[in-house]
Design a protein around this ligand. Structure first.
Ligand code: ATP
Ligand code: MG
Length: 235
């Protein structure tokens, strides 16, 4: 399996995800999706709360597995990989920018950004240099030693973006990444994410309710009740 960080060709074939709520009630979060994402695509995803957007990102990012159907990376079913192979692919190949940013509270901003590089064995000096560069790109130079509780919500989110792109992944998944930010910072975050995408020719799949943000994508998916009800191309 290709885990060198190049943008993957991703396919979903007949993918459903059902959650069991209690022991009997089922929530059908995704229903029989057939989708293909070309390497380097910039795709926006919108749709009402509960329609399955986060569930879709979790499957694409190998954090979760479908209850039916297959997710394929470069033609290979990721369900056939060992846990170890899948973890490695996720670490090297996927950058997540979540609604909640999950910085580790006991690590400084720079240490948080270094974390995924550490997991890949990037040497200390190289890690520190790249983390500083990334933090300055998101407008946080000088705050490298701050702990998450000493940062504003928007600043924490920018650290999280720097961390997500630290390993230069081929697939970037963003779940409403600009929701908490004012428009200047939202633009800054998107500029950064797009710059990384272009530099690596990475694929970017972005959940957003913001029409200005969605307008930057070159393909637009609209979801409802676990299905894609609209799939249009062009800005
Ligand atoms: N772990 C879970 N257990 C049970 N049901 C879940 C779980 N996660 C999500 N769901 C349900 O699956 C459906 C899709 O959820 P999902 O989080 O994908 O929606 P979403 O489109 O991301 O919504 P939002 O815009 O509010 O973030 C919802 O009905 C939700 O309640
Ligand atoms: Mg969601």
């Amino acid at each position: 399996m290709n885990a060198d960080g190049a943008a993957p060709h991703i396919e979903l074939a007949g993918v459903s995800r059902t959650y069991l709520q209690g022991s009997v009630e089922e929530v059908r979060a995704l229903q029989a999706l057939d989708l293909e994402f070309a390497p380097g695509a910039f795709v926006s995803v919108e749709g009402p709360s509960g329609c399955g957007k986060t569930t879709l990102l979790n499957l694409l990012g190998l954090l979760d597995a479908p209850t039916e159907g297959e997710v394929r990376w470069n033609g290979r079913s990721v369900g056939a990989l060992s846990d170890r192979e899948r973890a490695r692919l996720r670490l090297r190949g996927v950058g997540f920018i979540f609604q909640r940013f999950y910085l580790l509270p006991t690590l400084t901003a720079r240490e948080n950004v270094e974390l995924p590089m550490r997991a890949l064995g990037v040497p200390r000096a190289e890690r520190a240099r790249r983390a500083s560069e990334l933090l300055s790109e998101v407008g946080l130079s000088g705050r490298e030693r701050a702990f998450p509780h000493q940062l504003s919500g928007g600043e924490e989110q920018r650290v999280a973006v720097a961390r997500a792109v630290a390993n230069q992944p081929g697939l970037l998944l963003a779940d409403e990444p600009t929701g908490e930010l004012d428009s200047a910072h939202a633009q800054g975050i998107l500029d950064l994410v797009e710059r990384v995408r272009r530099a690596r020719s990475a694929t970017l799949i972005l959940v957003t309710h913001n029409p200005e943000v969605a307008a930057r994508a070159d393909r637009h998916l609209t979801m409802r009740d676990g299905k894609v009800v609209r799939d249009t191309r062009g800005a």
